[in-house]
Design a protein around this ligand. Structure first.
Ligand SMILES: [Zn+2]
Length: 383
């Protein structure tokens, strides 16, 4: 380890010489390191400590212990030495985003955990964010803009920034976002961490590719997601990551699809509903197809495919909804609500017998259904 350490010190020294002209003396942060009091870095940390307090009481943080333990386990596997310095917060938000604050606050939106198809894909996101911390990118960003008019905005967002962080405000993103060089640096370090900690680095390019497919299918392609506004050139990036992943034979092999599917199963329904409520049906359909192909529990996904068609209500959506619900009921793991939605669609298509059967199955499966009186009323109307 001594020679590796010497090599990394030499590399750090070289990086220092290369970067000091632009950003001053900024080296990577060491495990356990804290900024010296009265430095500008300490100021940044203090601002973010306040944001962290707001975050803790925002009601937006997912506190489930198993899910949090899972995310932390992957983070700590990526690099045990920084594990204690980084605090992960899972925030309930359908969009795909994650952020890293200088004081070690890593925010991961549920939209990322929903879209990651396995442990390795989640590790690629966490590794990328951890790399921003290790390479002190917030401090670099701050020193780049501190003499510009953006500096005031930077601090306004850092002090009152919890709203911006939770909503992914465009202004917040443009001020707080890292440069393309920093993003590349984070990609490279993140990929190295994945490889060295046993995760298959080829999954990194795949998650970007999945996002590109979603974006291309979006009903509102001009409305950028928070992710695409802070991470430009997704295509180039996916290709670079794929190439980097192939360039070594000393590589991790863990993908971890089954475990990821099992840990996220209790939450997937709520997160899919968050996504459906965005009403970007083109994007939602692609996401559902990706998750079905990835082998996630299909009854739930087919139910949501039906819901997507039912809510969109164009041309042949009614029949497509019925087909999706019917497929869901054949999967053996469809949620009970599938039968309620199927009943509604069959009824409005004039198929009373099928509608009645579906409603009766729903009431039998959902003994404590809140809408029981209403469904019973529908059944009476069909007499
Ligand atoms: Zn980044």
């Amino acid at each position: 380890m001594t020679s590796a350490r010497a090599t990394s010190l030499l590399a750090a020294a070289a990086l220092f010489v290369a970067s000091c002209a632009q950003t001053g003396n900024i080296q990577k942060i060491e495990p356990g390191e804290r900024p010296t009091i009265e430095s500008d870095e300490a100021g940044l940390w203090m601002q973010m400590d306040r944001v962290e307090e707001d975050l803790q009481t925002s009601g937006k943080v997912v506190t489930d212990p198993d899910l949090n333990a899972y995310v932390r386990e992957i983070l700590c596997q990526l690099d045990t030495s920084y594990c204690a310095d980084v605090r992960t917060y899972i925030v309930r938000n359908a969009d795909f985003n994650a952020s890293m604050a200088p004081n070690g606050v890593m925010i991961v939106w549920t939209g990322i955990i929903l879209r990651a198809q396995n442990e390795a894909q989640l590790a690629s996101v966490l590794g990328h964010e951890l790399a921003h911390y290790i390479d002190r990118h917030s401090l670099k960003r701050w020193r780049e803009i501190r003499s510009t008019t953006d500096a005031a905005v930077f601090f306004t967002f850092a002090t009152g920034g919890i709203v911006g962080i939770l909503a992914g405000f465009a202004a917040y993103d443009s001020i707080m976002s890292f440069s393309r060089d920093m993003e590349r640096e984070a990609d490279t370090r993140g990929l190295t961490m994945m490889r060295e900690s046993g995760f298959d680095p080829r999954e990194s390019a795949k998650i970007w590719q999945q996002l590109i497919e979603e974006r291309d299918a979006s009903d509102e392609p001009e409305k950028k997601s928070a992710f695409f506004s802070t991470h430009p050139a997704a295509k180039e990036r996916s290709e670079t990551l794929a190439k980097l992943a192939e360039e070594t034979d000393n590589t991790g092999t863990t993908i971890g699809r089954e475990r990821h599917a099992a840990v996220t199963a209790p939450f997937r329904r709520d997160w899919l509903l968050d996504e459906l409520r965005q009403r970007d049906y083109g994007r939602f359909e692609v996401l559902l197809n990706q998750l079905i192909e990835a082998g996630m529990e299909d009854g739930e996904l087919l139910f949501y495919r039906g819901e997507m068609h039912r809510l969109r209500g164009e041309d042949d959506d009614a029949e497509k909804a019925i087909a999706a619900y019917t497929a869901a009921t054949g999967s053996g793991n469809a949620p009970a609500e599938t039968y309620r939605s199927l009943g509604l669609m069959q009824w409005s298509a004039g198929r009373t017998t099928e509608a009645r059967a579906a409603f009766e199955t729903y009431l039998a499966a959902q003994q404590d259904a809140e809408d029981r009186a209403m469904i019973e009323h529908y059944l009476q109307q069909m007499q």
